[in-house]
Design a protein around this ligand. Structure first.
Ligand code: PMP
Length: 362
């Protein structure tokens, strides 16, 4: 294989070609330092400027207010499933909305540390929709409200930030961060694994409001889960995922300078998602898996209704230069992850292929 293919992987997933090209150009000798970013001490002057400028770019691109800390951590989004209750529980009560596999994993983990109330669940409908504000059963005395902003496996996305009064809203944005502008000030905590829209796996970003830090008895907190400690040490208590942070910086440069920021990013993502959903709505060979009002702009799930035909589709798509279209086993069918780096042409090619496949197999 000499050509790049359209990779619809749910994550790790495609990165913008200009980012990969810049990383390649800077691989052997980063800006005259005589070494790769991978080989640098995280405490060196040159690396210090990389991590600081990456944080500054993230703050600019997302509009992160000054009273929020930005942490660059390891351990994946899953490690934050434990860190969230450990850092935020004061009375030991929290509300969780269960809208998919990862929300459930977060819930199971939180149950080890406190009393968790299920504020909403779409499990009875195989997580095919997002509850409305009116459907949320919120506890006014919860330490926080947790939700997964985009459900990677099921292809559903919260179109609103829940109103919870004074209860801080926590969001797992692993699969939709940087896909559109958001009002960070509505959230207490935003966390995201990097491996979809931000960069390579190994980095997890936590954005946390100042006043939520430091309540947990510090002597019982594992150091690597301690947001206050990590904030005080500027993510350098131990070695941070140095190369992934550098690549995030390149991705942010691309969003800011080549795309034109998150408003423009959103427009592009909407056009791509619309192409695919409009096609799905125009025919009956494939059925979309998510309810129309809950559809994700990043992960599009659909099936033919016949497992053998789905398998044939996936096989044929690979032969046609598209990879990773097989859906997660809990949904079946197909899933096209169309993150920021997926070009319009990739979605166009997919829709053309879907039409052809439907004609030949319908
Ligand atoms: N949350 C969401 C929304 C995800 O898509 C994933 C999978 N990437 C996770 C959490 C788990 O992430 P990680 O593998 O980084 O722990």
């Amino acid at each position: 294989m000499t050509e790049r293919i359209f990779n619809f992987s749910a994550g790790p997933s495609m990165l913008p070609v200009p980012v990969l090209e810049r990383a390649a150009a800077e691989m052997l000798n980063y800006q005259g330092s005589g070494m790769s970013v991978m080989e640098m001490s995280h405490r060196s002057k040159v690396y210090d400027s990389i991590i600081k400028s990456t944080e500054a770019s993230l703050r600019r691109v997302m509009g992160i207010p000054d009273n929020y800390k930005v942490l660059f951590l390891q351990g994946g989004a899953t490690m934050q499933f434990s860190a969230i209750p450990l850092n935020l529980m004061r009375t030991g009560k929290a509300d969780y909305a269960l809208t998919g596999n990862f929300a459930k994993n977060a819930y199971k983990e939180a149950k080890k540390f406190g009393e968790i109330h299920v504020a909403a669940s779409s499990e009875a409908d195989n997580f095919s929709y997002i509850p409305s504000q009116a459907e949320l059963d919120l506890s006014p005395d919860a330490d926080y409200f947790y939700h997964c902003a985009n459900n990677t496996i099921f292809g559903t996305e919260w179109k609103y930030c829940p109103e919870t009064g004074s209860v801080p809203v926590v969001a797992d944005m692993s699969s939709n961060i940087l896909s559109k502008p958001i009002d960070v000030s509505k959230y207490g905590v935003i966390m995201a694994g990097a491996q979809k829209n931000m960069g390579p796996a190994g980095l997890t970003v936590v954005i946390v409001r100042d006043d939520l830090l430091g309540y947990y008895p510090q002597d019982k907190m594992p150091v690597l889960l301690d947001w206050k400690l990590m904030a005080d040490k500027e993510s350098m208590y131990n070695t941070p995922p140095t190369y992934a942070i550098y690549v995030l910086g390149l991705v942010l440069d691309w969003i800011e300078n080549e795309i034109g920021g998150l408003t423009e990013m959103q427009k592009r993502n909407e056009v791509k998602a619309k192409l695919l959903y409009d096609y799905l709505d125009s025919q009956s060979f494939y059925q979309p898996a998510a309810r129309a009002d809950s559809r994700s702009m990043m992960n599009v799930t659909f099936r033919t209704g016949d497992a053998d035909l789905d398998a044939k589709f996936v096989k044929a798509s690979i032969e046609n230069g598209m990879s990773n279209l097989k859906g997660h086993r809990s949904v079946g069918g197909m899933r096209a992850s169309i993150y920021n780096a997926m070009p319009y042409e990739g979605v166009e090619k997919l829709v053309d292929f879907m039409q052809k496949f439907a004609k030949e197999n319908g």
